[in-house]
Design a binder for this molecule. Sequence first.
Ligand code: ADP
Ligand code: ADP
Length: 237
Amino acid sequence: MIEVRNVSKTYANGTKGLDQINLTIEKGEFVAIVGLSGAGKSTLLRSINRLHDISEGEILINGQSITKAKGKRLRMIRRDIGMIFQSFNLVKRSSVLRNVLSGRVGYHSTLRTILGKFPSQDVDLAFAALDRVNIVEKAYSRADELSGGQQQRVAIARVLAQEAKIILADEPVASLDPLTTKQVMDDLKRINMELDITTIVNLHFIDLAREYATRIIGLRAGEVVFDGPVSEATDER
Ligand code: ADP
Ligand code: ADP
């Protein structure tokens, strides 16, 4: 489903974010990427959905090269990939419903999108997504009236409305308290299991990785230093 082949990323200032990474991630896996700040976790996720171009190598999504894709083809590949960020990235002054509907944007003509018009099937889909993360009652609230945990669940609902097959979550719980962290991780895990959505989560804490992931990939200085099932990730470092 996701193949990372010999990928290196060197930033404009010469910093090496990733150094010759090779990974294969199968459909339905729940993978935690762990490593210290600066290890390359974020660079890896940003490379997978091509938020930035890589310097070397190639990344395939369902057999299609996202590295080489352009225009419509690139948009089609990206439609399958949903992103979740530490800072939620919602449109703060918009309603929760509108934020979730924005996951449908890639499915409609630009004009329709600019006008903010969505077919009723999309609205149904958005409500179903909100229901899945137990936050339907907030549909008409302004996004910035919600707590951090609720905002992150809206971001998850947006990815569900997008009908993404892959979720890339970059430190999704880094700004949340322990209780909310558990709720958000539980949601991600449940969605992974119920909908068979391939999930890659960057995490600061190995404990969370152990609790939720089926596979842990450890990065250090842009290189893979550990890759295996949680049961083998025993060395507490
Ligand atoms: P350093 O201590 O120099 O930062 P490490 O090799 O200890 O580097 O680890 C780099 C990252 O990879 C760490 O964040 C750690 O969580 C992860 N890691 C290293 N070894 C293991 C292991 N055996 N099991 C799970 N994760 C590991
Ligand atoms: P992590 O997500 O594990 O904290 P990052 O992927 O953000 O690590 O960073 C990996 C390395 O790349 C670090 O040395 C970081 O300073 C560097 N880096 C990240 N983004 C940029 C950038 N836009 N320009 C230059 N260097 C960057």
